[in-house]
Design a protein around this ligand. Sequence first.
Ligand code: NAD
Ligand code: ZN
Ligand code: ZN
Length: 353
Amino acid sequence: MATFDIPTEQWAQVVEKTGGPSVYKKIPVQKPGPDEVLINVKYSGVCHTDLHAMMGDWPLDTKMPFVGGHEGAGVVVAKGELVKDIELGDHAGIKWLNGSCLACSFCMQADEPLCPHALLSGYTVDGSFQEYAIAKAAHVAHIPKGVELDAVAPVLCAGITVYKGLKESGARPGQWVAIVGAGGGLGSMALQYARAMGLNTIAIDGGEEKAASCKNLGASAYVDFMTTKDLVAEVKAATPEGLGPHAVILLAVQEKPFQQATEYVRSRGTVICIGLPAKAYLKAPVFDTVVRMITIKGSYVGNRQDTQEALDFFARGVVNVPFKTVGLSELGSVFDMMKDGKIVGRYVVDTSK
Ligand code: NAD
Ligand code: ZN
Ligand code: ZN
């Protein structure tokens, strides 16, 4: 079995107060408990959730101070005495769901994201914006050797989440799905998973650069929410017979698209809510929802099986997402671009820089 020299101190990005900033500093390396592993994080994707966490956008408290990050891909360098199914040297991923009780009625049915005792990486426990991060062994993603750790990092939240959302939508091969926020991190992944699942996509986002990226990732049509005169009409017109998409995957970080989706979804269609804009509410006309038999659902990350399935798509090379890499020390500049909606695809931070 491999052995590793583990330092006592490491570089990390630490949020010390709500609203930020995130501070690049040295902190101690923790030791894993009996059911935990210590992962030497090589790369971590930067999810919009990390920004929501720093800004205190949601009605759920973070630990404070905290280390963000929940798309961490790396190498297992230490483990507790109860951990049997993962070895030192294995490649593993830190996901949003860092751990759950495995015993409640949700965990029993593989709905572990709903566990009342769930531990959330980069939110209620320290996450992957550090060189060495801890996770419950039962929940780490098993990353096959040979898969690039920088490219796979965004799968660990964005990929799992959109793959699960597409499954929850019930859309079948050949049907049409609108991806709202398609140029961002989750959106770029959603276009790829949808294509791999045999679905046709309509991408909705803003600007020319995102248009080019969405077309490149397989979107059949692009609707620009910033310039369109009638978004609802344009989305419907992009589908066969103008009846609207069979499903809508809402990934945007604004409330308005959550109010619009039921207007263009096809009758009998499903609206899947995934994006989490601050203080946002859903609104839908009761009349239309009833007489057009529309389903509105939330979808929240994925379970351990969804994780391995999403990784399997990636390992087979059928999803492939644009990403740019910067040093962990530059996380603040990534958050600045994210606030302005300027990021196309995903940023990944290299923890060694
Ligand atoms: P991102 O910033 O990379 O992408 C968001 C995209 O939405 C951007 O491209 C932006 O231009 C676009 N957008 C903004 N307003 C829009 C509008 N009116 N119409 C269409 N597009 C619009 O963010 P991300 O990392 O992809 O995360 C997206 C959201 O999903 C965040 O709120 C995040 O917290 C949430 N999220 C939820 C889950 C879950 O399990 N439900 C998991 C991960 C992330
Ligand atoms: Zn995330
Ligand atoms: Zn549980």
